[in-house]
Design a binder for this molecule. Sequence first.
Ligand code: C2E
Ligand code: MG
Ligand code: MG
Ligand code: MG
Length: 282
Amino acid sequence: KAKAEGRGRAIAYDREMDIVLAERKAMEVALRAGIQDNQLFVVYQPVVDARTKAIVGLEALLRWNSPQMGMVSPEVFIPLAESSGLIDRLGLFVMREALRVMRTWPQIGISINISPAQFRNPFFIPNVTRLLDESGIRSASVTLEVTEGYFIHNPAHARGTIEALNALGVRIALDDFGAGFSSIGYLRQFGFDRLKLDRSMINALEDIPRGREMLQATLALAAALDIPVTAEGIETEEQALFLRLCGCDQLQGYFYFRPVEEADLPALLAENAAAGIVSLSA
Ligand code: C2E
Ligand code: MG
Ligand code: MG
Ligand code: MG
């Protein structure tokens, strides 16, 4: 009987796997069609100066509005794009869009998320070079955001990529710091231009014992290494105050701004300029 039950479970498991795989496949087909159909677009979340509250940059975030599924989270479709080989096209689309939009506001920095899979494409660096050239945007106002996985799994390759990007003059930010291993070793090794502190670290302020101390120690480490820090996911004034006191020079989160569509940028940025608080990025 035990054996039969075991077999039953195995069959149920197989069926579940089939369903999961079929759903994945269907979603991949939908994503492919969505790209053709212009269902994907880029939104922009302002990043503010921690002291002046001036908008100093925008982070480009990809969105997919599917007629069948509604808004699909990038946490869902980005991994799918990575595993199905669509990420290179999507990544270039985001970069082209972001650089086009930035032509109107050259004084503001732009951050673009890059998947490890994109770096592994031998045409990545040539493509970035060409898009930058075509856009006329200063490379120093472009930051590429990367997560630690790439540096942990491909340290040698990552070193080469970073060198090439440094030569191009674009900045590199380590995204989601504090969410994974957050090793001190590679932090120093790779010479990042900026750290982006993960929202889970900000939530730790209220959620876990010693959260404050952890945050302070992390920011002290970054300061000791001379790496500026952006805190992500700021939702309250208390968080903003604390992170500013701990030395974060840039803040990002719903407390300030949610991601906005391109059409809303002119009003948003004009308002900032009118308040005399659009600062020139270094
Ligand atoms: P990320 O790069 O760490 O982006 C920050 C995420 O936090 C964004 O979610 C943003 O909308 C959200 N966020 C910002 N402020 C707050 C806040 O105060 N509270 C909360 N709860 N959330 C906040 P989003 O847009 O859903 O993107 C999720 C992740 O998907 C990104 O994390 C990034 O890893 C990936 N992603 C998004 N767009 C792209 C892209 O164009 N290319 C690649 N490779 N990945 C992307
Ligand atoms: Mg990011
Ligand atoms: Mg992040
Ligand atoms: Mg993330």
